[in-house]
Design a protein around this ligand. Structure first.
Ligand code: ADP
Length: 150
């Protein structure tokens, strides 16, 4: 059984995240989406709402699970018996950041990181842009996974 975690803040979970998880299912048997919960980090969406969005998105996909964690990401991976971390890469600026974390995680535990390049149509979509649009009252349905209602 090949199991990966897909960690992130997911404030909110976007169609870009959704696409990476769906594509990840062709590599892994099971993906556990890990919502990193940090009390001191202010988010727009509550942890309950972030869970709800992901549950709606994957209601018909039993190979995708979702959990909340507040530990180090690799400790979360070990706790759900995952040997891989799945991440998405949009830009060159994502690259250095992801490489440092991936190197540290591998050194610490041997856990490998698998990076998928974003589909070009989603490369401009981020949780930050989505939150900005919400703050200006715009409809962000197209930024969310299909069948998700806020
Ligand atoms: P973090 O707070 O760890 O950056 P995010 O919730 O922003 O978490 O993102 C989680 C993962 O999803 C990261 O690997 C990020 O690069 C990836 N990601 C975010 N937006 C997109 C997108 N539009 N397309 C592909 N991957 C994305």
């Amino acid at each position: 059984m090949k199991r990966a975690i897909f960690p992130g803040t997911f404030d909110p979970f976007t169609i870009g995240h959704y696409s990476i998880v769906l594509r990840g299912l062709s590599i892994f048997d099971e993906i556990v989406i890990g919502i990193g919960h940090n009390q001191s980090k202010k988010t727009l969406f509550t942890i309950e709402k972030r869970l709800d969005i992901i549950h709606q998105a994957f209601a018909n996909e039993p190979r995708v699970k979702v959990e909340v964690y507040n530990s180090l990401t690799v400790d979360f991976a070990l706790s759900v018996e995952a040997n891989f971390v799945l991440r998405g890469l949009r830009t060159v600026s994502d690259f250095e950041y992801e490489r440092n974390i991936a190197d540290a995680n591998r050194k610490l535990t041997g856990i490998e990181t698998v990076i998928l390049f974003t589909e070009t149509e989603y490369s401009f979509i981020s949780s930050t842009v989505t939150r900005d649009l919400i703050s200006f009252g715009k409809d962000i349905t197209a930024f969310l996974p299909p069948n998700v209602k806020l």
